[in-house]
Structure formats: C-alpha cells, structure tokens
Write a protein that binds this ligand. Structure first.
Ligand SMILES: NC(=O)c1ccc[n+]([C@@H]2O[C@H](COP(=O)([O-])OP(=O)(O)OC[C@H]3O[C@@H](n4cnc5c(N)ncnc54)[C@H](O)[C@@H]3O)[C@@H](O)[C@H]2O)c1
Length: 275
C-alpha cells in the first residue's frame, strides 16, 4: 500500500489515550477517514479528530459481544462506507493471577474481547476488504503472543491465538495469490499506556509494572507510527520496542527463554502476581 490517504480505516479500542487513539491520529494526519469503537472515552478521540479534514464515525461497542459488533459494522457500512483497513486493537490485560486463581469467567471474558473480538470483525469485514483495490488487516498481538509469562496465562493465551490466526490468514492470502489484501501481526513489547491500570485484577505488582511501561516503553504515538509504516512497507510482522528482542530470545532459547525473562524481570525488580 503506497498511501493511506482517503482510505477508510476502522480501529477498535480507539477511545481514550492508548495505542488505538494514537493510531487514529497517525492515520487521520495522513488523510485517512476514521471509524472507531470502544466501551468508553470515545468523545475524546472524536473531538481530537476534528482537527483533521477527514470523515469520522464512532460508536460505543463491546468487541466481546458479537451482536454489538455485527450491528456496529452494519452501521459503518451504511453511514461511513466500505472499510479498506481493519485494525483490531481493543484488548484487556486482565491482570496478574496465578493460574489456579483464574476462573472460567475470567478466561471467557478475556477470550471474548482479545480473541473472539478479532475473529468476528475479520470474518464480517472480509467480504468487503477482499473487494477493495488495496486493503489491510492489522491485528495487535503482543510480545506475549511470542513468549509466555508467569501469572499472565490468559493474556498470553489470547495473544498467541491472535498471532496464530493472523499468521495463518496471511499465509492463506499468499498461497491463494491474493496480494492486494495484506495481513499484519503486530507484536508490541512495552508501550507507555494505562493497560496495567485498566486491568481487572490489581495488586502490589500493578504500580511497579505500570511505572516500568512508562519509563521503558515506546510512547503510543511511536507505536502507532511503527504500525502505520509497517503497513505501508507491507511488513508481515511488526515489532515495537522490546518485541523484537523477545522474538529473538524465544527463537534462540525455545525451551528455556523463561530463565532470561525471569532474570530480566528480577533486574527490573518486577513480578506480575496477585498479593
Ligand atoms: N501497552 C503495552 O505495553 C502493550 C503491549 C503489547 C500489546 N498491547 C496491546 O495493544 C492493544 C492496545 O492496548 P493499550 O496498551 O493501548 O491499552 P489501553 O488499555 O490504553 O487501550 C485498550 C483500549 O481497548 C478498549 N477496550 C477494552 N475492552 C474493550 C471492549 N470490550 N470493547 C471495546 N473496546 C475495549 C479500552 O477501553 C481501551 O481504550 C491491546 O490489544 C493490548 O493487548 C499493549
């Protein structure tokens, strides 16, 4: 894709001040029209988008609810127009919990949002995307879709699943010689957002982890620029901050990378667990 100017971009989880909000700015600045959804803080992003000479559309939608997604995408088609670029960004971290303390309801909640949310939007929009002259599907996984981390089993599970889905879909497009619809898996490492504070479960780990993200993480704007450039350059896998380093560690030490990750976390005085 040479330019995103006049492309219609749909970004989930773009309310507030995280990576989704920054993506809306990055694409709007280059003349893309923006449709967004979130469960909260939509007004902030929509008001900010007023500074660009573009069309925008917003709706309160829980991406964990298929009925709400379906209704939203019908409205987008009717009132906004056909989508060229789908960015599945909405996600929750749930918070640090030892595996035995994770309930089935916790697993269902995070899976509905982080995994099924991605599948539903992609399945519903695919017939539109494949008819567009140039289109892209961009799914935000995580470095934790590459390496597992203790006390974040549900989060890692959903992010591995998003990576698997996205990588498999990309290979299918390539093997079917469908090159005008590109598929991108994004692996952010640390990004300085409020994702830790927004988690359901908090404990003594929350504040130090949040501070580490603010100090060591890429800014949401930097993350958004890397994602946008990755789409323009047709990068299959897009890495942000220490995402690439974690990918290399996992490939070098596939069965013992946990020792490196544990050592790094000790050095940063971090643990991710309930009290
Ligand atoms: N911040 C990081 O270090 C980091 C690292 C790796 C991956 N990620 C991923 O990046 C994406 C964006 O996260 P972020 O860091 O900007 O966090 P964030 O908490 O700032 O943003 C997540 C957004 O998703 C929205 N959201 C949550 N549940 C939703 C639902 N059910 N329906 C619709 N919207 C919902 C939130 O309201 C919020 O606006 C997530 O998928 C996250 O897993 C973040």
């Amino acid at each position: 894709m040479k330019t995103v100017k006049n492309k219609r971009v749909l970004i989930t989880g773009a309310g507030g001040d995280g990576i989704g909000n920054a993506l809306a700015h990055a694409f709007a600045k280059r003349g893309a029209h923006i449709a967004i959804c979130d469960i909260k803080n939509l007004e902030k992003t929509i008001n900010e988008l007023d500074e660009y000479d573009i069309e925008s559309y917003a709706e309160k939608v829980d991406v964990g609810n298929k009925k709400e997604i379906t209704r939203f995408l019908e409205n987008v088609a009717q009132y906004f127009g056909p989508i060229d670029i789908l960015i599945n960004n909405a996600g929750i971290a749930l918070g640090g919990l030892a595996f035995e303390n994770v309930s089935q309801a916790d697993f269902e909640r995070i899976t509905n949002i982080n995994y099924w949310g991605v599948i539903h939007t992609t399945q519903i929009l695919f017939p539109t995307l494949i008819k567009r002259p140039e289109a892209a599907i961009v799914n935000i996984s995580s470095s934790q879709g590459i390496v597992g981390v203790s006390n974040l089993v549900p989060y890692c599970t959903t992010k591995f699943a998003v990576r698997g889905f996205t990588d498999a879909l990309r290979v299918e497009m390539q093997m079917r010689n469908i090159h005008h619809l590109t598929v991108h898996t994004v692996h952010p490492g640390a990004v300085a957002t409020n994702i830790t504070l927004n988690a359901d479960y908090k404990g003594s780990h929350t504040e130090p982890f949040h501070e580490m993200l603010q100090k060591k993480g890429a800014s949401p704007n930097q993350a958004a620029e890397i994602i946008l450039k990755g789409v323009l350059k047709n990068k299959s896998r897009i890495f942000i901050s220490d995402g690439r380093a974690q990918d290399i560690i996992a490939r070098l030490f596939p069965s013992s990378y946990y020792k490196v990750i544990r050592w790094l976390m000790k050095r940063r005085n971090l643990h991710i667990s309930e009290d």
